[in-house]
Ligand binder design. Structure first.
Ligand code: PMP
Length: 434
C-alpha cells in the first residue's frame, strides 16, 4: 500500500509538491508527536503541520470538541453568521490577547488559510489609510496569494511567480544582534523620511516577530519596539503576522508580548484552528472603516475549526504551555548549541521557544577565525533531513537556501521526547557529515 500510494500520488499531483517530495511517508495514524506510516514505521513529527499542531496530532481535548459539535446537530457551514460555537471561540481568543489590544479590537473572519488573512490585513490598512504601498522585510513569508507573495522576500523558488505591487518597499531585516537591528531601524527611518527616496507614505508595515519559513530569525525585542515607534509616529498601521508564532510557540502566548508592543493588526491562523483551517485578523477598532460586504468569503468561521481552536487555546492557556515552550525550548537550544561544537556543519543555532532553527553550512569551507560567515550548504542540509527521516524524525528545511533545519514540535512535548529529538538530530548530523 505504502509504495503504491506514493507512486500514484507522485504521478497525479502537481510538481509543486514540497513536503511530499522530501518526506516520502504515508501517514495513516497519528497521536501527539508521533505519526505512523502505512509501512508501520513510526516518526517523531517536528514539522507539526508546518507549525500548526500546538497540541500535537489528535489531542483528546481537540477530538472531544470536534465530536461535540458533530453530535450536537449544529450546522457545519455557517458563512459569517453568529453561532454559539463562534461566540465561544471569540471569547476565548480575546481572553488570550494582550489586554490593551483586546479591549479595543475587532475580529474579521477570513479564511480558510493564513494567506487569506494576510490579504485581508492589507486590504484593511489600505482602506483605512487611503494609501497603497506596504513595507515588508527580506526573509519574510506571508503566504502564496498575490499580495502575501509580493510581501514575502527571499524565497528563491517563488521569485518568478511573485507579482509585486508597484509601490512595495522592502527593508533589510537585522538579525545580526542589536547592532544589526539598529542599522536596520535607521535604514527604515531614512527610507521613510528622506523625500529623495521617493517612498510614498505606506499603508502599513507587516512583520513576523520570528521569521519562520525565512529560516527561524527572531526579531530582537529592541528592534520590534523601534518598528512600533517608527510606525506610530508616522501613523503607519503595524501588522504583526503571528500565523506561525502564535498560541504559545515562542514562549509567550503571542510573540509580540516579548517586546511588549501593541500592533494595530494581528494576523492569526495555523494553531488557532486546532489543526483545522481557520484564519482571522484582529485589529484596532479605529481601523474598522469597512462597509458591510467589503470583505467576504464562503469559508469563514468553519464550526469544527472554531471548536477545535477554542479547545486548543483554552488548553494552552490553562496548562501554561507557552511558559513550558519557553523553558523546554531554551533547554533544547542549549543542547543543540553544545552539539555545534562537535559538528562543523552547524553554522548557527537560533530560535525562541519551540521554534528552533539549525543552520547547515559547508564544513570544509568553514573559515578559521576570519570573521566571515561560512557558506550555506543546501546539499548537506537535504542530507541531514534525509538522515533524520531514516532515524524516524521529521524535520523541515527553511531559509533562503533551504539550509535551516526547522524544529516545530508540539508544545505538549515531554522532556524525554525533547531529548530523543536532539539525540536523533545529533546522529543525523554525524551521519550526513561522513
Ligand atoms: N504567515 C506566516 C508567518 C506563515 O508562516 C504562513 C505559513 N507558513 C503564512 C503566513 C501563510 O499561511 P497559509 O499557508 O495557511 O496560507
Amino acid at each position: 500500500a505504502h509504495e503504491g500510494i506514493l507512486r500514484r500520488q507522485s504521478l497525479r499531483e502537481s510538481a509543486a509538491r514540497t513536503y511530499a517530495r522530501s518526506l516520502p511517508i504515508v501517514p495513516v495514524r497519528a497521536r501527539g508527536l508521533t505519526i505512523e506510516g502505512a509501512d508501520g514505521r513510526r516518526y517523531l513529527d517536528c514539522l507539526s503541520g508546518a507549525g500548526t499542531l500546538a497540541l500535537g496530532h489528535n489531542h483528546p481535548v481537540v477530538l472531544e470538541a470536534i465530536k461535540k459539535v458533530l453530535d450536537s446537530g449544529a450546522p457545519l457551514h455557517v458563512l459569517d453568521l453568529a453561532t454559539p460555537v463562534k461566540d465561544a471561540f471569540v471569547t476565548e481568543l480575546f481572553g488570550t490577547l494582550p489586554r490593551e489590544f483586546a479591549d479595543n479590537a475587532r475580529v474579521q473572519f477570513c479564511g480558510p488559510a493564513g494567506t487569506d488573512a494576510v490579504e485581508a490585513a492589507f486590504k484593511l490598512v489600505r482602506a483605512a489609510t487611503g494609501r497603497s504601498g506596504l513595507l515588508a522585510f527580506t526573509g519574510a513569508y506571508h503566504g502564496m496569494t498575490e499580495g502575501a507573495l509580493a510581501a514575502s522576500g527571499g524565497a528563491e523558488d517563488v521569485r518568478v511567480t511573485r507579482l509585486p505591487f508597484p509601490q512595495d518597499y522592502r527593508c533589510p531585516f537585522g538579525i545580526g544582534g542589536e547592532a544589526g537591528a539598529r542599522t536596520a531601524a535607521h535604514w527604515t527611518e531614512n527610507l521613510l523620511d528622506d523625500p529623495k527616496s521617493g517612498t510614498p507614505a505606506p499603508a502599513g508595515m507587516i512583520l513576523e516577530p520570528v521569521q519562520g519559513e525565512g529560516g527561524v530569525n527572531p526579531a530582537p525585542d529592541g528592534w520590534m519596539r523601534r518598528m512600533r515607534e517608527i510606525t506610530e509616529t508616522r501613523s503607519i498601521p503595524l501588522i504583526a503576522d503571528e500565523v506561525q508564532t502564535g498560541v504559545g510557540r515562542t514562549g509567550a502566548f503571542w510573540a509580540v508580548e516579548h517586546s511588549g508592543i501593541v500592533p494595530d493588526v494581528m494576523v492569526l491562523s495555523k494553531a488557532i484552528g486546532g489543526s483545522l483551517p481557520l484564519a482571522v485578523i484582529v485589529y484596532r477598532s479605529e481601523l474598522d472603516t469597512w462597509q458591510p460586504g467589503a470583505h467576504a468569503g464562503t469559508f469563514r468561521g468553519n464550526q469544527l475549526a472554531m471548536a477545535a481552536g477554542t479547545a486548543t487555546l483554552a488548553y494552552v492557556r490553562e496548562n501554561g504551555l507557552a511558559e513550558r515552550a519557553g523553558v523546554l525550548g531554551g533547554r533544547m537550544l542549549a543542547s543543540l548549541r553544545s552539539l555545534a561544537a562537535d559538528h562543523p556543519c552547524v553554522g548557527d543555532v537560533r530560535g525562541r521557544g519551540l521554534m528552533i532553527g539549525v543552520e547547515i553550512v559547508d564544513p570544509e569551507a568553514r573559515p578559521q577565525g576570519t570573521g566571515t560567515e561560512p557558506p550555506p550548504d543546501p546539499v548537506l542540509a537535504a542530507a541531514v533531513q534525509q538522515e533524520c527521516l531514516s532515524r524516524g524524525l521529521i524535520v523541515e528545511l527553511g531559509g533562503r537556501y533551504s539550509t535551516v533545519v526547522r524544529l516545530l514540535p508540539p508544545l505538549t512535548l515531554t522532556d524525554e521526547q525533547a531529548t530523543a529529538v536532539v539525540d536523533r538530530l545529533a546522529d543525523a548530523l554525524a551521519a550526513a557529515e561522513r
